[in-house]
Design a protein. Structure first.
Length: 227
């Protein structure tokens, strides 16, 4: 998979298995989408306890609240957005420690079939009730390799796959050697459009400047992170 730009704020790049020709994240207007998540209806499957890892930006480094897988190292997180359509530019992840780090994250859309079922985090778009049996029939719209690190990594998403998202399913197929997977934080950067009977307007939630923070990841080429 191609580069992941890391830092403790907002810039990471992952474009599957080939190099991305999308605009660098530091050149694209984007904000945190925490306020547009339908937090009350977020659901995690195969976890010891339901906890909110879609945290506000200021709590992104908190390690007292986390999700840990239960029966095995797989996990599904279903994330709906409020009355809006989100354009996701990147996902931020803090996981671990060590071998409890997801090998990958899979983000999958309904129109694809899954090809690489193991060791990935997958994202599935606009699938409101997907479970483990459903995911076996799907292919990720994008798969993200997650390095072992206590830092927050930001991973660039494919604009054509995540430009009109009402809900997102994140699948963790395996940990990196441990019996359970643990995730402390998931966040999203991008923009959203409110959906209503009124004229459509685009709204941005305020967020820190990318250049004010640092994130580490696969490639430290950008220096610009929720349940």
């Amino acid at each position: 998979m191609s580069g992941h730009h890391g830092h403790d704020c907002h810039d990471e790049h992952n474009d599957g298995h080939t190099h991305s020709h999308d605009a660098p994240l530091d050149e694209v207007p984007r904000e945190t989408l925490w306020g547009m998540i339908d937090h009350q209806n977020v659901v995690a499957l195969n976890v010891v306890q339901q906890q909110s890892i879609l945290k506000p930006w200021e709590n992104r480094n908190d390690e007292e609240i986390y999700l840990e897988s239960d029966a095995d190292d797989q996990m599904i997180i279903r994330i709906p957005f409020t009355n809006s359509s989100a354009k996701l530019l990147s996902i931020l992840v803090k996981a671990g420690p060590g071998e409890q780090t997801p090998a990958k994250l899979s983000l999958v859309s309904a129109s694809f079939l899954r090809s690489n079922p193991l060791s990935n985090v997958r994202e599935f778009v606009n699938e409101d009730a997907m479970d483990f049996e459903d995911i076996d029939q799907k292919e990720a719209a994008q798969e993200l390799d997650i390095p072992q690190s206590r830092e927050i990594g930001e991973y660039q998403l494919k604009p054509t796959k995540f430009s009109n998202v009402r809900s997102l399913t994140v699948f963790v197929p395996s940990a990196q050697g441990a019996d359970a997977t643990r995730i402390y934080y998931i966040g999203f950067m991008g923009s959203f459009t409110k959906l209503s009977n009124q004229p459509i307007i685009t709204v941005y939630e305020s967020a820190p400047r990318l250049a004010d923070h640092k994130i580490t990841g696969i490639h430290e080429t950008l220096a610009k992170q929720q349940f």
